[in-house]
Design a protein around this ligand. Structure first.
Ligand code: PAN
Ligand code: ZN
Length: 183
């Protein structure tokens, strides 16, 4: 990957020498509380896509990666669209997130399961400390675009999130985004 890359601060869109990935509803198996509601949706529905500039080799310490996540609005049952969420495989790595557009929440969870959440609107800057899992939730009705910068050796550990989830789920209750304990 080269330095031939652009980043539009108004939208978060990147172009040039970038990687792109997309996560659809069928990839989110087991992550929402209401699995029947997830299965009832068209399985190719886009939940989020990520653009990134990974100039260094993944897994090698010393570099930085840069990217934007675009999370669609939507619900699975009463639970808002969200990212899978992960700990960094290399636990001693932190990350910055910054909200570019849309409305949402960032969930942060320690390894012992204590979960806090931060409200995201354009301009919010969030530091994700080392050893904390992180997940984005779109609580609005437009795309949530969030930029990020993370160390090239961070890696992604999705396993424990798949098993236990976060300490809260974010649901639309009486029209209001509400964090409720994850049973
Ligand atoms: C982000 C995330 C991105 C997608 O770039 O990887 O928002 O979320 P999941 O990886 O949980 O599917 C990041 O935190 N990188 O470390
Ligand atoms: Zn991360």
């Amino acid at each position: 990957m080269t330095d031939n890359v652009t980043f539009d601060p108004a939208t978060g869109l990147m172009a040039g020498d970038i990687q792109q990935s997309q996560t659809v509803i069928k990839d989110m198996q087991g992550l929402y509380e209401d699995e029947a509601a997830r299965l009832a949706l068209p399985q190719e529905t886009a939940v989020y896509r990520v653009q990134s500039h990974c100039r260094e080799q993944a897994g090698v310490a010393g570099g930085l990666f840069w990217g934007t996540s675009f999370l669609s609005p939507g619900l699975v049952g009463d639970e808002y669209f969200m990212t899978k969420g992960h700990f960094h495989g290399e636990r001693e790595t932190a990350e910055y997130y910054f909200c570019i557009s849309g409305q949402g929440m960032l969930l942060l969870m320690t390894e012992s399961g204590e979960t806090v959440w931060k409200t995201l609107s354009p301009g919010a800057l969030c530091y994700i400390p080392r050893r904390q899992a992180h997940r984005l939730v779109n609580t609005g009705d437009t795309t949530l675009a969030v930029g990020a910068c993370w160390p090239s050796n961070a890696g992604h550990d999705y396993g424990s999130i798949r098993q236990k989830g976060f300490g809260v789920r974010v649901k639309k209750i009486n029209g209001v985004p509400t964090a409720v304990p994850n049973q």
